[in-house]
Write a protein that binds this ligand. Structure first.
Ligand code: UD2
Length: 312
């Protein structure tokens, strides 16, 4: 099979590339803005192209030169804060590139089995009803969330109107290897683990917790996310549909830190700061729709953390 993975050197993309490249050919497009080449395992089955999904000429070239079976569009500016500061620029990546990709797919990809678009739990915003199911109220509050929702809708409308085989997923809080801890808006688990690493090296290290630690998130381990992506891409009944990707469990940040102190065997000092503006208090996914196509999350948050720690 022939795969295109945009953002294939990033966190989720590189894990997917590495899982597929044993048996399949994968073309990766990544501008390495957050992703890293070393995230991708050495393999003759991977063709790496450094470039942005906003480069129309590049995208046209790649899509006209290849016939793909599956496309995973994972490239995005993942930082919500970045979208608030630079809405025009992030809109090009998070929305315009999707529409451009859909247009090119319609023109060039006659044998495509599925295009999967990565949307986000951000589309639900701060509407308090929990858990979030796919039909819950949508209340996007940031340029990032608006772009994800609009792009997701376009992706599904291309299925409805033009018969392009598409699906979308709304990721909750994904964690695991290759998540870049360098930005303050990186996944909180990657930031916490970076602080433990510093402590282990004997550096003075602490974790800054925004809020009271009682906020909850649905932390989903990358292997379960890969399981979800492959099911959504291959199940006939997933075509034209959007799915939450989480575990249907919620964990407070305080509990997360307690588990990690125990697993790592170090007590990480915590500094409490004001809650971040726009921070959602509680979030967790109803995953029954995804379970309906065969999904079964195999990791509790502690099991995921244990596996993740073994890779460090
Ligand atoms: C996640 C997604 C985001 C968007 C959003 C939708 C990630 C990395 N981000 O944001 O893209 O889809 O969900 O709701 O998956 N925190 C600290 N200290 C830190 C960093 C974070 O206390 O140094 C807190 C943060 O204020 C929040 C929690 O940890 O309460 C989780 O933060 P996050 O950035 O990992 O994820 P989230 O849910 O804000």
């Amino acid at each position: 099979m022939h795969y295109l993975i945009t953002g294939g050197a990033g966190f989720i993309g590189s894990n997917l590339t590495n899982a597929l490249s044993n048996e399949h050919h994968v073309v990766v497009i990544d501008d390495l803005s957050m992703g890293k080449l070393e995230n991708i395992n050495e393999s003759d089955n991977v063709t790496f192209i450094k470039g942005s999904v906003t480069d129309k000429a590049l995208m046209e070239k790649v899509l006209s030169e290849h016939s793909f079976d599956y496309i995973f569009h994972l490239a995005a500016v993942a930082s919500v804060a970045d979208s608030v500061e630079r809405p025009m620029e992030t809109h090009q990546v998070n929305f315009v590139s999707v529409l451009n990709l859909l247009d090119l797919v319609q023109k060039t990809q006659k044998d495509l089995k599925r295009l999967v678009f990565s949307s986000s739990a951000a589309v639900y915003g701060d509407e308090p009803t929990l858990p979030k199911h796919e039909e819950s109220v949508i209340r996007p509050l940031t340029p990032y969330a608006i772009d994800k929702f609009a792009a997701e809708k376009y992706v599904l409308v291309y299925n409805n109107l033009y018969g392009i085989p598409t699906s979308a997923v709304r990721f909750f809080n994904v964690f695991g290897p290759n998540q870049n801890p360098e930005s303050p808006y990186s996944g909180v688990i990657s930031i916490i683990l970076d602080r433990y690493e510093r402590a282990k090296r004997g550096e003075e290290s602490s974790f800054t917790l925004f809020g009271d630690g009682k906020q909850t998130r649905d932390f989903v381990y990358i292997e379960d996310v890969l399981q979800a992506l492959l099911l959504v891409a291959t199940k006939e009944e997933a075509c034209g549909q959007v799915f939450n990707v989480g575990t249907q469990n919620k964990t407070t940040l305080t509990d997360l830190l307690t588990y990690l102190d125990e697993l790592v065997g170090i007590h990480l000092p915590v500094q409490y700061e004001e809650e971040r503006s726009g921070d959602i208090k509680d979030s967790y996914a109803d995953v029954s729709k995804l379970m309906g196509i065969g999904y079964k999350p195999n990791h509790t948050v502690t099991e995921g953390l244990e596996k993740y720690l073994k890779t460090l």
